[in-house]
Design a protein around this ligand. Structure first.
Ligand code: HEM
Length: 526
């Protein structure tokens, strides 16, 4: 090629590169700036109010100021133990809802979110839109991809969601759950025997961080129920189990600027760490799934085995989908249950009379000694324990919110929720709303569920949604209820609990609602 031709070619290449660069810049400016401004105008036209956002953080600056966890000592000194936690964990929502009502718009970066803590609005929303037509916020899908993938039940949408839900629901059938009860008894007993040996060498009284131990135990239970009993001894199984927990910690550590353009580049180290762990976990899960598939004659009755079964009607899930389902079940299946148990022990430590009432009920319903081992599913008859569980989920909602994204314009009364708007249903806000529960809203009163076991006397039937609402309601709720009752029965029949002086009351949102400094309790043999 002649020099002149080369020169012409390089001019053309430079021209094309400049045009491509310009187009990328335009696309960036449009999606990060112009599109959010247009969305904001549309929301205002449709009657939505809310705190004014600024570019590029939206309302995050104001939210982050208040989210900061106070240092251990100053927090202990400044806070007594109050169950009025909405203004502690979501001070900005608490303030904004006084200004703008129970439905308003706020911004995470350049993403508009519709805040909702009005049960009537939720009722109307869920009658207008079918479960499969809701989306899940794209910003969260992206942010939590290493944990849940994009093909697990929590994140899939549309017809894919229908397909996944259809395959996964049978795994939680009563007969499958009954078969899982012994796994729960075994794992809980290992933890309790360990506590016993600590007490034996400490004059029957010792401080134990129960949150830590309970989380490990529920993680072991979900690992065994997902992949079979051998998973904790198997080399690959142990690795995947450890890496899943490491990734969870990596994601908890970081308070990322979700919704802010290019924020991934600011938190590059954490993003890379979670991504790398995510890839390693995927590889190990693929090898576990493949070897299980090769052993076609014995797929097993754990979650993985059930998901692999072909009922002749449904196409099975692909390996990629199975990997995401395994991760989804692991993360959504142990953290929330562990927190429900942890906050229960906290509240029972403050209310020893309820420890005694539950022990009495256990004695009456289950009897003493070995009965639990004969038929662990007997625990379903423990009614008072059910009230306690509901009251704990009300005061300290393990899952503090439910999220959706509109995939079409939705008209609710006079308002139109524009397509693409993210929706944040504030369960903590509703659970602590005196207009729904009365003036004793922040008191621990399990008896409010005595005559109204489902709604606890809440003034609106959609005001208490610990497991979500509509067709996307939690698929694991029956498993949780059984696990909660089995573990709590075993705990209360062997030990008594009081709050340690070193406990600092600092509930905080780290995906779930957690005690920031753990839960140290003084544990004694009965
Ligand atoms: C105290 C324990 C639990 C609480 C408070 C809880 C709460 C929730 C909530 C609020 C939702 C969202 C529902 C919605 O979007 O409307 C949900 C969904 C889900 N939960 Fe749970 N959950 C718990 C335990 C579990 C367990 C043990 C598992 C699995 C073993 C599980 C698996 C899931 C899955 C897969 C979804 C997505 C369902 C779908 O979108 O179809 N959860 N849960």
């Amino acid at each position: 090629m002649e020099f002149a031709d080369l020169y012409k070619l390089s001019i053309v290449v430079q021209g094309v590169a400049s045009v491509v660069g310009f187009l990328i810049l335009c696309a960036g400016v449009y999606s990060c700036w112009i599109s959010p401004i247009l969305a904001q105008r549309k929301l205002k036209r449709n009657g939505f109010k809310g705190p004014p956002p600024s570019f590029p953080l939206g309302n995050i600056a104001e939210m982050r100021k208040k989210v900061m966890v106070l240092p251990f000592d100053s927090h202990r000194a400044s806070l007594g133990i109050t169950h009025d936690i909405h203004s502690i964990v979501f001070p900005y929502f608490s303030r904004w809802s006084k200004l703008y009502g129970k439905v308003f718009i706020y911004w995470l970066g350049t993403e508009p979110f519709l805040y909702v803590s009005d049960p009537e609005f939720i009722k109307q929303m869920s009658t207008k839109v079918m479960a499969k037509s809701w989306g899940k916020p794209r910003v969260f899908k992206d942010d939590r991809k290493p944990m849940f993938g994009n093909h697990g039940l929590l994140m899939v949408e549309g017809q894919d969601w229908v397909h996944h839900r259809h395959i996964i629901t049978p795994a939680f059938s009563p007969s499958n759950l009954k078969a899982m009860a012994n796994v729960m008894v075994d794992s809980a007993t290992i933890m309790l025997d360990h506590w016993s040996s600590i007490l034996d060498s400490n004059n029957n009284k010792h401080e134990i961080d129960v949150e830590n131990d309970i989380t490990k135990m529920t993680a072991e239970i979900i690992a065994k129920t997902s992949f079979g009993n051998n998973i904790v001894n198997d080399e690959n199984g142990r690795k995947v189990f450890e890496k899943l927990r490491a990734m969870q910690l990596a994601l908890f550590k970081s308070t990322r600027l979700v919704g802010v353009p290019f924020s991934k580049f600011i938190y590059q180290k954490q993003t890379q760490e979670a991504k790398k762990l995510g890839q390693e976990i995927d590889e190990i899960l693929v090898s576990i799934i493949k070897s299980r598939k090769d052993n076609n004659n014995d797929l097993g009755q754990d979650f993985l085995g059930i998901m692999l079964q072909d009922d002749g009607e449904n196409q099975k899930l692909s390996v990629e989908e199975l990997v995401d389902e395994c991760k989804t079940l692991f993360f959504s299946g142990h953290e929330t249950t562990a927190l429900a148990l942890t906050w229960t022990l906290f509240l029972l430590a403050l209310h020893p009379q309820w420890q005694n009432q539950l022990r009495e009920e256990i004695k009456q319903v289950i009897g003493e000694g070995q009965l639990l081992l004969n038929d662990p599913s007997n625990v379903s008859k423990l009614k008072k324990m059910g009230w306690v569980m509901n009251e704990v989920l009300r005061l300290y909602s393990a899952a503090p919110n439910v999220q959706r994204q509109a995939r079409e314009d939705i008209q609710i009364g006079e308002l139109i929720i524009p397509n693409g708007t993210n929706i944040w249903v504030d369960l903590v806000g509703m659970n602590h709303d005196p207009t729904l529960w009365g003036n004793d809203v922040n008191e621990f009163k399990p008896e409010r569920f005595k005559d109204d076991t489902i709604h606890g006397g809440c003034k609106h039937k959609m005001g208490f949604l610990p497991f979500g609402f509509g067709g996307r309601m939690c698929v694991g709720r029956n498993l949780t209820i059984m696990e909660y009752k089995i573990v709590l029965t075993l705990l209360l029949t062997r030990f008594s609990f009081t709050l340690s002086p070193s406990y600092s009351h600092s509930p905080a949102i780290m995906l779930s609602l957690r005690p920031t400094h753990g839960l140290p309790l003084i544990v004694q043999h009965i």
